[in-house]
Design a protein around this ligand. Sequence first.
Ligand code: FE2
Length: 262
Amino acid sequence: MLPNFYSEEQTHGLRKEIEKICKSFVLEDHVKTVFSTTNQTGNSYFLDSGDKIRYFFEEKAFDAAGNLTKPFDKSINKIGHALHALSPVFKAFTHDPRNAAISRQLGLVRPKVAQSMYIFKQPGIGGVVVPHQDSTFLHTAPNSTLGFWVPVERCTTTNGCLWAIPGSHHGGLASQRRMVRSPDGGITFTAPPVEFPEKDFVPLEINAGTLVLLDGNLVHKSDENRSNVSRHAYTWHCIDGSHEYDKLNWLQPSAALPFPDL
Ligand code: FE2
């Protein structure tokens, strides 16, 4: 973790830009898709989002009839997965030359951006992210996934901060569990969820502008946000372009958006 890595001006710029992106949203143009880490669906709205800006809702944002119970900007779980390419503000932030320098210091020879997300962790309804390793979702051989995670607001145990198991990135990918494209065009997992001891997790209570670097094998999670304060964060994942990118990953580079160099 690198505290104060980004300036207040930079994180404030992300916040302003996401407000602008939210204002441009028209529900009729999009499929009402919930993002859930306990019940992941492989619908095409999600699977085709790698080169687009798409909107995923909190599970608890809908009533029984399927209508939003809160304003749109208080219902969104996350926006992804090509902010780094399609938004000039997120693009500039992601391509801050210091980010590429750090990824090289951490061993990536040709760091490339695979995906990006803005996560809202809404007050009261921000959903849980169950314990996982990012290499389950993005895989190269050998493994090279590196997550950049930047809080736009202070993160605490009350508003759903990250928790991680120190040193877990040295243990490899548990059960070699992978989320992969299935022959029917959806997604499936190669192994059941892995249980990690609750007592091993430590909270990452950090300020806006901290850079958290997540090795693809680090076990991490976040709890629900039951507070009345949001917990916005911007995150993107890099892979090493000199390694073989797995054809079974849910996310594939497209003709419109080959993975750009970081
Ligand atoms: Fe993650």
